[in-house]
Design a protein around this ligand. Structure first.
Ligand SMILES: Nc1ncnc2c1ncn2[C@@H]1O[C@H](COP(=O)(O)OP(=O)(O)OP(=O)(O)O)[C@@H](O)[C@H]1O
Length: 249
C-alpha cells in the first residue's frame, strides 16, 4: 500500500540554526499521528515544510506516492494536503455555513469546473451540509461565528479544512485555547474522521495525545528522537528523560 505521506530527510536551516534536522515520517491511511516536543522543537516549522508554506533546505515530501517537494502550497492543498492553524482564522461576522462555503469554493475550483452553475451551487450546499452534519454543527449553520464559544469556533476551523476534502490533514494545536472540559469535543471530531484520511496533529496536552494518537513522533531540537505507538513512547526511557523531564536512573 502506498503511504499517504512520506517525508524523507527533510531539513531546514535559518541562518546557522538547523530547525529541522533530517526528518523522516511515514503516514498511512487512518493514522492519527501526534507530533510532540518541547517549545521550539520545530513542530510548526515541520508542518510548514510539509505544506510548502516554507521552502525546505533539503529532503523530499511525497503525497500518495507523488513527489510534491517542488510544488507551491496552493497546489499541494489542491492535491489534498490541508492544514489548520494554531490561532483561528475565521470571518467572525459571517455565519458558520458562510465560512464553510469559502472552503468549499476553494475545493470547487479544483473539481467542479465542468459543472453547470446550478449544479455547482448545489454541490457547494451539499458539501457544506455534509460537514455541518459530520461536526454536529447543523443547528449552528446560520449563527455568526463570533457568537460561538471558542471550542465551536475551532470546530468550524476544522470544518473549513474538511470541506476542502483532505487526504492528509495537518492540525496545529487543534484544541489550543479551548477550555480543557471541552477539548474532547474537538478531539472526538478528529477521531471520527473517515478511515482513509491521515491526520498529523501538534498537541501539548499529553492526555489528549495519549487518548487519540495511534502513533507519536517526538521531536527535539528539530530531530525525531523517537517514533512509536503511545505505549511504546510511554515506556521509552529517552523520551521520559528528554521530554517529560524525568531524572535518569
Ligand atoms: N522564520 C524564522 N526565522 C528564524 N528562526 C525561526 C523562524 N521560525 C522558527 N524559527 C525558530 O525555529 C525553531 C523552531 O520553531 P517552531 O515554531 O517550529 O517550534 P515549535 O516546536 O512549533 O514550538 P511551539 O511548541 O512553541 O509552537 C525555534 O528556535 C524558532 O525560534
Amino acid at each position: 500500500m502506498t503511504a499517504l505521506l512520506e517525508v524523507r530527510n527533510l531539513t531546514k536551516s535559518f541562518g546557522g540554526l538547523k530547525v529541522t534536522n533530517h526528518v523522516d515520517l511515514t503516514l498511512e491511511p487512518g493514522a492519527r499521528m501526534a507530533l510532540i516536543g518541547p517549545n521550539g522543537a520545530g513542530k510548526t516549522t515541520l508542518v510548514n515544510l510539509i505544506t510548502g508554506a516554507l521552502a525546505a533546505s533539503g529532503g523530499s515530501v511525497r503525497l500518495m506516492g507523488e513527489d510534491v517537494s517542488a510544488l507551491p502550497e496552493p497546489v499541494r492543498a489542491a492535491r489534498g494536503l490541508i492544514r489548520t492553524f494554531q490561532v483561528t482564522r475565521l470571518f467572525g461576522s459571517m455565519t458558520v455555513a458562510e465560512n464553510l462555503r469559502i472552503g468549499a469554493i476553494h475545493r470547487q475550483r479544483r473539481s467542479y469546473a465542468i459543472l453547470r452553475r446550478t449544479a455547482v451551487e448545489q454541490a457547494l450546499d451539499e458539501a457544506v451540509a455534509r460537514v455541518l452534519a459530520q461536526l454536529r454543527l447543523t443547528d449552528r449553520a446560520d449563527t455568526p461565528v463570533a457568537r460561538l464559544a471558542y471550542g465551536e469556533q475551532r470546530l468550524v476551523e476544522l470544518g473549513i479544512a474538511l470541506v476542502m476534502e483532505p487526504r492528509v490533514l495537518l492540525l496545529d494545536e487543534p484544541a489550543a485555547g479551548v477550555p480543557q472540559s471541552e477539548s474532547h469535543i474537538i478531539m472526538d471530531a478528529i477521531d471520527d474522521l473517515p478511515e482513509d484520511l491521515g491526520v498529523v496533529f501538534i498537541e501539548h496536552d499529553m492526555d489528549l495525545v495519549f487518548r487519540f494518537a495511534t502513533e507519536i513522533v517526538v521531536l527535539v531540537s528539530g530531530a525525531v528522537i523517537c517514533t512509536g505507538t503511545p505505549s511504546e513512547i510511554a515506556a521509552n526511557e529517552e523520551v521520559r528523560r528528554v521530554y517529560f523531564g524525568e531524572a535518569a536512573h
